[in-house]
Ligand binder design. Structure first.
Ligand code: ZN
Length: 214
């Protein structure tokens, strides 16, 4: 029986195998990453193979290490190589202020900015009626548990400025009312270095609404 020819991809299709199964498998896995479709994954894999010794081999080793050591912090939901994570165990951080974020990427962004010296809580998403995400699907129960310990005096709701983000912020505010904890949220408005003429109407309106004494 003649082996199927893999050199002639069907027109317009990205899933036809054009190379060996090991490489196709790598492409298929990379294509699952956010921001990478099948075409970008194919380009990335070509680049990796061209730079096999300086890129592909070290990357494979780094991924092996990460696969072995990465874990989710059982306290805050951060990703680290230890549980509890380095932020939760850092005694120099203010345990009284907890910043609540949607995803680990948001936590990392705030850390890069050096914007918060307290601890964090990662929800793992936002409430969304459209996507069928309810309170039980998020890390909210653990948040209420942490707040009940009495150590936290303030939570900063750092949700995205989206409808779902703000719905989630309101829900959390309701859930923690009565615990005697101050609730604040990130300011919405003019970005640093921003020019008014270039801002969208919603941002300008939010900035005007959130104005404060100068
Ligand atoms: Zn943690």
């Amino acid at each position: 029986m003649q082996a199927a020819c893999r050199c002639r991809p069907a027109s317009g299709s990205d899933i036809v195998a054009v190379t060996g199964p090991e490489i196709e498998r790598l492409i298929a896995l990379l294509a699952k990453l956010p921001g990478l479709g099948p075409r970008s994954a194919r380009r990335a894999v070509l680049q990796l193979i061209k730079k096999k010794e300086t890129l592909l081999v070290p990357l494979a080793a780094a991924m092996g290490d990460a696969a072995e050591k990465a874990r989710i912090c059982s306290t805050c939901g951060n990703v680290d190589t230890q549980d509890p994570c380095a932020i939760c165990t850092d005694a120099t951080r203010d345990p009284a202020v907890l910043c609540v974020v949607e995803e680990v990427g948001d936590l990392w962004a705030l850390e890069r900015a050096g914007a918060h010296k307290g601890r964090y809580h990662v929800l793992g998403g936002v409430l969304s009626a459209l996507d069928g995400v309810g309170p039980d699907d998020l890390n909210i129960g653990k948040l209420v548990e942490r707040l009940s310990s009495g150590e936290v005096k303030e939570i900063v709701l750092a949700m995205n400025a989206t409808v779902d983000g703000q719905t989630t912020a309101h829900y959390i505010t309701d859930r923690v009312s009565g615990l005697g904890i101050a609730v604040s949220r990130l300011a919405h408005g003019v970005p640093v270095g921003g020019e008014l003429d270039y801002l969208d109407d919603g941002t300008l309106a939010a900035a005007m609404k959130s104005r404060r004494p100068f």
